[in-house]
Write a protein that binds this ligand. Structure first.
Ligand SMILES: *Cc1c(COP(=O)(O)O)cnc(C)c1O
Length: 397
């Protein structure tokens, strides 16, 4: 019998929680009105469901319901936050504010819109991170100028799970009158996030990272903050995001947020136990393994390991029944190591020897044990192979 397949890639996406699916299902075939149709019952019942979901999302992050703007996902939310703020500031009274600060280890959904703004004449600073993956507050402070209009720093990293000092960043930005955007795609629903105590002005959320479906997300927009819409149309979502609201997806996101709020603490405690079993098991079976990024400021469900002398791509091929990720990007000819691993100072070879393990709501102890066994055996076999060929890894390294 082939081995049971194991999902260890919860940072890439999560399955929809069956409770979430049950909540959304009637909104496809029974309650199908357009939430913007104010004149009949069909529209009004859909509208009521959307507003309930808006309250559920707001509740999870300490926001007010009208500060929640539904989008298609965190990519769109990040684009709206960065380009929307830049567009508004350039058109407005403070045109001299043309500096954006973000971080080298951000997701491409922040780095790429920042790159677009740079080509449009915005000055962009990419702050580095330490070997632990965290930004240095003194360096951040030193990089701010009179012209900085926004700082964008993610809550938690999607590759190494490292949590940034968001409360300190928020306080600093608030004291300098600078907007603070945070990409919360990996954090919301996993760790406590509060837009007020963290002084966050804009927060991006992705449905499919917290057990809701793909194709739905949120941008939290603090009251009083103006953004330039990136989509023109019917003026939905306070004019910030035109387009008919996908009622089933929104209902699902609301339900998922409510579940996360209720279960977050117990879930992350349980995940930390499993994650530590995974790490301990691998370290007990192998030498030459290092953890990438801070171990104590980290999401409970994340592990990112460098296996000396082993190509991560080959390792993944050896355990095809386990869903893992390397973070590298395939360009036309060769493999590009992850920009996050490079940002924490890993060399080309170390970065290409690193693997991300993502645990989540349905990960079991049996799956963790099977992953330890599969990975330890595969790494041993790969290292033996390279020793036989007279290259690569030496046990005493
Ligand atoms: C997944 C992810 C995104 C993109 O979210 P989508 O909803 O898939 O567009 C952005 N940022 C981070 C940190 C992510 O993990």
């Amino acid at each position: 019998m082939p081995p049971q397949r194991i999902y260890m890639d919860y940072h890439a996406t999560t399955p929809v929680d069956p409770r979430v699916f049950a909540a959304m299902e009637p909104y496809f075939t029974e309650i199908y009105g357009n939430p913007a149709s104010k004149n009949h019952l069909f529209g009004r019942e859909a509208r009521a469901a959307v507003e309930t979901a808006r309250e559920q999302v707001a509740q999870l992050i300490g926001a007010r319901p009208k500060e929640i703007i539904f989008t298609s996902g965190a990519t769109e939310s990040n684009n709206l936050a960065l380009k929307g703020a830049a567009g508004n500031i350039r058109g407005g009274a403070s045109a001299q504010r043309n500096h954006l600060l973000t971080v080298a280890s951000e997701h491409k959904a922040v780095l790429d819109p920042a790159g677009t703004l740079a080509r449009d004449g915005i000055e962009v600073t990419l702050l580095g991170v330490g070997p632990d993956g965290r930004i240095d507050m003194a360096a951040l402070k030193a990089a701010l100028t009179e012209r900085t209009f926004m700082v964008s720093v993610m809550q938690a990293n999607n590759e190494i799970g490292v949590i940034q000092p968001v409360t300190e960043i928020g306080a600093l930005c608030r004291s300098r009158g600078i907007l603070f955007h945070s990409d919360g795609a990996q954090a919301v629903g996993k760790i406590a996030v509060d837009v007020n105590s963290m002084a966050i002005d804009l927060l991006s959320i992705s449905g499919h990272k917290l057990y809701a479906p793909k194709g739905i997300g949120v941008l939290y927009v603090r009251t009083g903050l103006e953004l330039q819409a990136q989509m023109d149309g019917g003026g939905h979502e306070r004019g910030l995001r035109s387009g008919t609201l996908p009622t089933p997806l929104i209902v699902a996101l609301g339900a998922a947020c409510e579940l996360c709020g209720a279960e977050l603490e117990a879930e992350s405690a349980a995940l930390a136990v499993l994650r530590d079993q995974l790490l301990d098991g691998i370290l007990a079976g192998l030498d030459g393994v290092t953890v990438n990024g801070s171990m104590d400021r980290r999401l409970a469900g994340n592990l990112n390991l460098c296996f000396d002398g082993v190509e991560a791509e080959s390792l993944l091929q050896k355990v095809p029944h386990i869903a893992l990720s390397t973070g590298s990007a395939c360009t036309t000819a060769d493999l590009q190591p992850s920009h996050v691993l490079k940002a924490i100072g890993l060399g080309h070879e170390q970065a290409l020897s690193s693997v991300r393990f993502g645990l989540g709501r349905y990960t079991t102890a049996a799956e963790v044990a099977a992953t330890v066994e599969g990975v330890v055996d595969a790494v041993k076999a790969l290292r033996e192979g390279s020793l036989l060929k007279g290259l690569g890894w030496k046990p005493d390294r």
